[in-house]
Ligand binder design. Structure first.
Ligand SMILES: [Zn+2]
Ligand SMILES: [Zn+2]
Length: 259
């Protein structure tokens, strides 16, 4: 399995995961908050065409996750998977001409040898999910946009090889930064985004020897820095696990899991 972020943060998100057999991988995009031209050029930099994608999963209706969804889906006849709440929140006009597949949180979607599991997350959207992806040999999860971690997530994500995990803000920076109190409360509250310490705590809770790769994602450009995330991650005892940070400007290169 391997993955690459095209961009990560409140200005736009898109993650591509390749799972299944190497000679015939299943290619999944999770969220698309970028313009079509931007998606196509960033995919090209990574050796892919948009027409190589097999499926687009939308985690929730916030603009940074969906802005580019209809154009990408229509241009490449790409089926889109989302929960009923997310589909409804965006409205019929948004989905015009897009092939849609409704999923229930907790219910697996099996496509050849790849199993996708949408999992409910606490976030201020209609019916938001994170996604667990499993093939014959490995499992990873994309977990961004959550206000707090839950026992349900700890249980469902206790056997991962890799995780793409939100490190949204530094608590101190959020509290003393430029946001007005209402936005501060929204972001820092249980239905907003998790901070560096919450992400670190979650990592130590789900850590087991199989976990080999962590990508810190969805960093706030106003209330966090890659240096603070780095400091947080380097304090953790994560065995042989490698970690990287996804950026808004360039995402990440391809990150390959070892067999
Ligand atoms: Zn977001
Ligand atoms: Zn969101």
């Amino acid at each position: 399995m391997r993955y690459t972020s095209l961009s990560s943060g409140s200005e736009g998100n898109a993650l591509v995961v390749e799972a299944g057999p190497k000679d015939q991988p299943f290619r999944l995009m999770i969220d698309c908050g970028l313009a079509l031209s931007e998606v196509e050029s960033r995919l090209a930099e990574r050796g892919l065409l948009a027409s190589d994608l097999d499926l687009l999963v939308v985690t929730h209706e916030h603009k940074d996750h969906v802005a580019g969804v209809p154009r990408l889906a229509r241009a490449h006849n790409l089926p889109v998977v989302a929960t009923r709440g997310t589909l409804a929140a965006l409205g019929e006009a948004f989905w015009m001409g897009v092939r849609r597949l409704q999923v229930l949180p907790g219910q697996d979607l099996q496509i050849d040898s790849v199993r996708l599991t949408p999992l409910a997350v606490p976030h201020d959207a209609a019916e938001p999910i994170c996604v667990r992806i499993q093939d014959r040999s490995q499992a990873m999860a994309c977990l961004t946009d959550l206000g707090r971690t839950t026992d349900y997530l700890r249980q469902a994500l206790s056997d991962l090889d890799a995780i793409f995990l939100e490190f949204n803000h530094d608590r101190e920076m959020l509290m003393t930064g430029p946001y007005p109190p209402s936005l501060r409360e929204r972001v820092g509250g249980g239905w907003g985004h998790i901070n560096n310490e919450q992400a670190a705590e979650f990592l130590t809770q789900i850590f087991q020897p199989r976990l080999q790769l962590v990508t810190a994602a969805h960093l706030s450009q106003k209330n966090n820095t890659p240096e603070l995330v780095e400091q947080t991650l380097s304090r953790l005892a994560l065995g042989r696990c490698r970690w990287t940070i996804a950026s808004q400007a360039t995402g990440t290169p391809w990150l390959e899991l070892e067999q």
